[in-house]
Design a protein around this ligand. Structure first.
Ligand code: ADP
Ligand code: MG
Length: 240
C-alpha cells in the first residue's frame, strides 16, 4: 500500500529524511516513534505529498507519488489525515465539517453526505454533537470529529500525526479507543505518537526514527522488550 525506496528529502540545506526504505501492507498499523525533530511528521506528509521528496521512489496505493504527473487529487482522496490540532472549521457545525468534502470532492448529495456523517459520528461515539459548533466540544470530542471527517471520505489509508498530543490527559483514552477500533477493522494506518501503550497494543510494527533515519523497525514486543539499537534504548528510557 505504501512503499518508500531510498527516499531522501531536504529542506534547503537541511537533510531531513535520509535513505528511507519502508513498506506498509494493506491493513497494517505502523506506529512511528522517535525524538522531536527526527523527521516523523515529514515522513507522514510525504505520503500524501504535503511535502515533496528530493529523490528516491515513493508509491502509495499504486500512485507513484514521486512522479510529477501523479494524480495528487486521487491520491489525497484515498488518504485521511488527522493532526495534533484538529483543524476543524470553527464557524461550521460538526455535521457540516464532516459533509463538506464528501459533497465537494466526492459529489455526494447533501442528504447522502449527512447520512454518512451521522454513521461516522455514531462510530466515534458523539452522534448527539452533530449540531454543535467545535468550540462547544471538548478537545477529545473535537479530535473524534476530525477522525469522523477523515473517515467520511472512505479513505484507504489513515495518517495520524500526534493526534493526542494537544489533549488533556483524561481525553487521550477516548481518542485512542476510536483509533484502536479502526485498526481492528483493518484500516491501513500510519500513526506518529508518543503513546507507547498504544504502540505496544495496536501496532503491527514500530518504526523508530532518529535524525532523519529509520534506525529500527520491529514488532512491538521486540522493540519494547529488547530494542536492538542503542539510540532506541536511550529513547525508551526517556519516554517509558
Ligand atoms: P518530528 O515530527 O519528528 O518532530 P519534523 O518532520 O517535523 O520532525 O521535522 C524534522 C526537522 O525538519 C526539524 O529539525 C524541523 O525543524 C525541520 N523542518 C520541518 N519542516 C520544515 C520546513 N518546512 N522547512 C525547514 N525545515 C523544516
Ligand atoms: Mg512532528
Amino acid at each position: 500500500m505504501i512503499s518508500f525506496q531510498q527516499v531522501e528529502k531536504h529542506y534547503g540545506d537541511f537533510h531531513v529524511l535520509k535513505g528511507i526504505s519502508l513498506s506498509i501492507k494493506q491493513g497494517e498499523v505502523v506506529v512511528v516513534v522517535g525524538p522531536s525533530g527526527s523527521g516523523k511528521s515529514t515522513l507522514l506528509r510525504c505520503i500524501n505529498r504535503l511535502e515533496t521528496i528530493t529523490s528516491g521512489e515513493l508509491t502509495v496505493n499504486e500512485c507513484k507519488v514521486s512522479n510529477k504527473k501523479a494524480d495528487i487529487n486521487k491520491l489525497r482522496r484515498d488518504i485521511g489525515m488527522v493532526f495534533q490540532h484538529f483543524n476543524l472549521y470553527p464557524h461550521k457545525k460538526v455535521i457540516d465539517n464532516i459533509t463538506l468534502a464528501p459533497v465537494k470532492v466526492l459529489g455526494l448529495s447533501k442528504k447522502e453526505a449527512e447520512e454518512t456523517a451521522m454513521y461516522y459520528l455514531e462510530k466515534v461515539g458523539i452522534p448527539d454533537k452533530a449540531s454543535s459548533y467545535p468550540s462547544q466540544l471538548s478537545g477529545g470530542q473535537q479530535q473524534r470529529v476530525a477522525i469522523a471527517r477523515g473517515l467520511a471520505m472512505k479513505p484507504k489509508i489513515m495518517l495520524f500525526d500526534e493526534p493526542t498530543s494537544a489533549l488533556d490527559p483524561e481525553m487521550v483514552g477516548e481518542v485512542l479507543d476510536v483509533m484502536k477500533a479502526l485498526a481492528h477493522e483493518g484500516m491501513t494506518m500510519v500513526v506518529v505518537t508518543h503513546e507507547m501503550g498504544f504502540a505496544r497494543e495496536v501496532a503491527d510494527r514500530v518504526v523508530f526514527m532518529d535524525k532523519g533515519q529509520i534506525v529500527e523497525e520491529s514488532p512491538p514486543e521486540a522493540f519494547f522488550v529488547n530494542p536492538r539499537e542503542e539510540r532506541a534504548r536511550l529513547f525508551l528510557k526517556r519516554v517509558l
